[in-house]
Design a protein around this ligand. Structure first.
Ligand code: UD1
Length: 447
């Protein structure tokens, strides 16, 4: 196992705990997914636009007044929450309006807005904090509720604030709100302590309107950051190097609205890869990008899952029992932390012993007791999960603790004898457009 990267301070103080995906606490507890042992799977799934990109593009729209049009926007709960947040600020958002395709969103951004992300919104979706940078850039002020602890522990935003301060913003905190001000942001050399996705995005969206040049060092390199930069450049920004560790931004005086197509969701694609790995068969992922999942595909290849890149389609085939491997999650281009529950599910029925090491978020592995209830043999030691593959899982009632863990439990149910009932499935709906329908169309026994 290689050396883990330098981790944010919070990582060390947190002990166990923390999400592998953006999370919030509200659950209605009503939604349930039932799945029975299935396979082999066959057929095609169209991969939606990436949740973790579209939320940031929507936030970036506040940088310029006028009408934005986004294509490939998934119909998921988090997108609806971000729409609500923008509407609360004064924008008008239409997703799949009459006369347009269901994946098309228009955002009408007014001249005057209320630059605020209220408590209610931030509590329900932590990603709301990415409005901080663009609001400061356009209006010179922003008021954002301090993200609280959630189901998964504390997830700080110290790096976001420190980075924006280096561009000249000042922050005060009172009554649970961060109040940010900036007469005029000024470009600066900013070295991030850790390649935080959210901090890179907030900084990028602020820097595009700052006076002069900003250089972001140790920037996050995720494909969603490159997508945000492409969006900003189309708006008239001058961003260079996004997707690498050093991003250079020349501030510009004004930006304009654009039409943009959201990058495909690599985590959604990984979910269907895990499904076919679990249930066997051969499936086609339409619109998925192999070049955004290189490390994952290598690992899955080592496990015996064959993935052929046909340009605009990935063909995934699992004909035999998968083999165990060791995996470490890392910032991109490493194996994403969001894939982790899916990988643990795959390892739980693979041949041999696999060790999964979590390096991005302190690893609470909250879904692991649920997998153990399904007969998996998993031991957690600190931020390592030691997974001994069993011949078969056994269906059981389980609870989805968050989006990806919920999806992983559903996928695990494909290889479990009898029925698995995943409660709190509304978590899954936050990140997946029709996971159940898509799996059913691939031949899974699911409702
Ligand atoms: C985003 C993704 C999430 C993914 C994560 C890592 C969205 C909506 N969410 O989350 O699905 O799992 O990237 O790929 O895009 N940290 C600090 N201080 C900060 C900021 C972060 O200590 O100011 C720490 C976090 O606690 C964590 C690590 O840095 O340990 C990585 O977090 P970050 O990359 O910022 O993740 P998010 O942007 O929150």
């Amino acid at each position: 196992m290689g050396c883990p990267p330098v981790r944010p301070a919070a990582h060390h103080t947190e002990g166990v705990g923390a999400a592998s995906d953006d999370s919030h606490t509200e659950t209605s507890g009503r939604s349930v997914i039932r799945v029975r042992r299935s396979g082999p799977l066959s057929g095609s799934v169209r991969i939606s636009g990436a949740k973790n990109s579209v939320l940031k593009l929507m936030a970036a729209s506040v940088l310029a007044p006028g009408r934005f049009t986004l294509h490939n926007v998934p119909r998921i709960a988090d997108v609806a929450l971000m729409s609500e947040l923008l509407e609360g600020m004064g924008a008008t958002v239409a997703h799949g309006a009459a006369g347009s395709a269901p994946d098309v969103m228009t955002i009408d951004v007014p001249e005057v807005m209320v630059p605020e992300a209220p408590y209610d919104q931030v509590e329900r979706m932590r990603a709301s904090i990415v409005v901080l940078g663009p609001l400061l850039a356009r209006f010179g002020e922003a008021r954002v509720s301090v993200p609280g602890g959630d189901d998964f522990g504390h997830r700080p935003i110290d790096m976001h604030l420190r980075a924006l301060e280096q561009l000249g913003a000042t922050f005060t905190t009172s009554h649970g709100y961060i109040q940010g001000r900036a007469e005029r942001l000024t470009g600066a050399q900013v070295l991030l302590e850790y390649p935080s996705v959210g901090a890179t995005e907030n900084l990028l969206m602020a820097a595009v309107r700052a006076r002069g040049t900003t250089v972001i060092d140790n920037a996050a390199r995720e494909p969603e950051i490159a997508d945000l930069a492409a969006f900003l450049n189309a708006m008239g920004a001058e961003v260079d190097g996004a997707g690498s560790s050093t991003i250079t931004v020349e501030g510009v005086e004004s930006l304009h609205p654009v039409t943009h197509t959201v990058v495909p969701d690599r985590i959604e694609a990984a979910t269907y890869l895990a499904a076919v790995g679990m249930a066997g068969g051969s499936i086609r992922l339409l619109g998925a990008r192999a070049d955004h999942m290189v490390m994952l595909l290598e690992k899955l290849g080592d496990m015996g899952l064959r993935v052929d890149d046909g340009g605009d389609v990935l063909v995934a085939t699992a004909s035999d029992r998968l083999r165990s491997v060791d995996v470490s999650t890392l910032p991109y281009p490493g194996v994403a932390t969001d894939y982790k529950p899916l990988l643990v599910a795959l390892l739980s029925v693979a041949d041999g012993v696999g060790i999964l090491t979590e390096n991005v978020f302190a690893g609470r592995f909250r879904y692991i007791p649920e997998l153990v209830r399904m007969g998996a043999d998993i031991r957690v030691e600190g931020h390592h999960a030691v997974v001994r593959g069993v011949d078969a899982l056994s269906g059981a009632p389980v609870r989805a603790p968050d989006i990806r863990a919920g999806a992983a439990l559903v996928v695990a149910g494909l290889a479990a004898e009898g029925e698995t009932v995943v409660a709190d499935a509304e978590h899954v709906e936050r990140g997946y457009q029709d996971l159940v329908g898509n799996l059913a169309r691939l031949g899974a026994d699911i409702s």
